[in-house]
Design a protein around this ligand. Structure first.
Ligand code: URA
Length: 209
């Protein structure tokens, strides 16, 4: 693969993802599984975050430890990104959180930004941009461009399911941003849904139509 894409392979992730692909799976299981998958993925996504050595004093002695060099900022793309955020937040409870709102124009399939609220210090943070479905790549690429316009330099993109078209578009727009996904599916359909995918991630998570 000519792009910086990591497929996080793990039997638990695969089994949980298989359950939420199933059309009959209800929103309760969908939510729970998406949270667990995101939490499991976040170990790989954050594996090489830069750390520095520090000294720490326990109740009994002084020893060497480490801490993250930079703050972590998480940016879910509204609205489906909040589903993954709710899982990742468990392992990064101190992270700052911003939001970017994108809607897809169902006629043109192009993204329109309707909301942007980013925390201070994004330029000096490790930023996780989060959206479960890397479909056309247009929304996530536009969101990444918005983060860069606000000074973000260390960005990682985290999704659940990607497809070749979305990977190509996103990675060619942002070759400096590594992509982490649990699966790469076959293709996009004529409505820009991922096949086989899991349907509309936001609708399935929020139980809307
Ligand atoms: N967004 C979704 O929620 N699902 C897709 O398959 C594509 C975009």
């Amino acid at each position: 693969m000519p792009y910086d894409v990591t497929v996080i392979e793990h039997p638990l992730i695969d089994a949980l993802l298989t359950q939420i692909r199933r059309a009959e799976t209800k929103s309760g299981t969908f939510r729970r599984n998406l949270h667990t998958i995101s939490r499991l993925m976040s170990f790989e996504v954050t594996r090489d975050l830069p750390c520095r050595d520090i000294e720490v004093t326990t109740p009994l002695a002084t020893t060497q430890g480490s801490e993250l060099i930079r703050d972590v900022v998480m940016i879910p793309i509204l609205r489906a990104g909040t589903g993954m955020l709710n899982g990742i937040i468990d392992i990064l409870p101190e992270a700052k959180i911003g939001h970017i709102g994108m809607v897809r124009d169902e006629t043109t399939c192009l993204p329109r930004n309707y909301y942007c609220n980013l925390p201070e210090g994004i330029d000096d943070s490790d930023v996780l941009l989060i959206d479960p479905m890397l479909a056309t790549g247009h929304s996530s690429a536009a969101a990444a461009a918005q983060l860069k316009a606000h000074g973000a330099k260390n960005i990682r993109f985290v999704c659940l399911v990607a497809c070749p078209e979305g990977i190509k578009y996103f990675c060619e727009e942002h070759p400096d941003i590594p992509v982490y996904t649990a699966a790469i599916d076959k293709e996009l359909d004529e409505n820009s849904y991922i096949i086989p995918g899991l349907g509309d991630a936001g609708d399935r998570y929020f139980d809307t139509e």
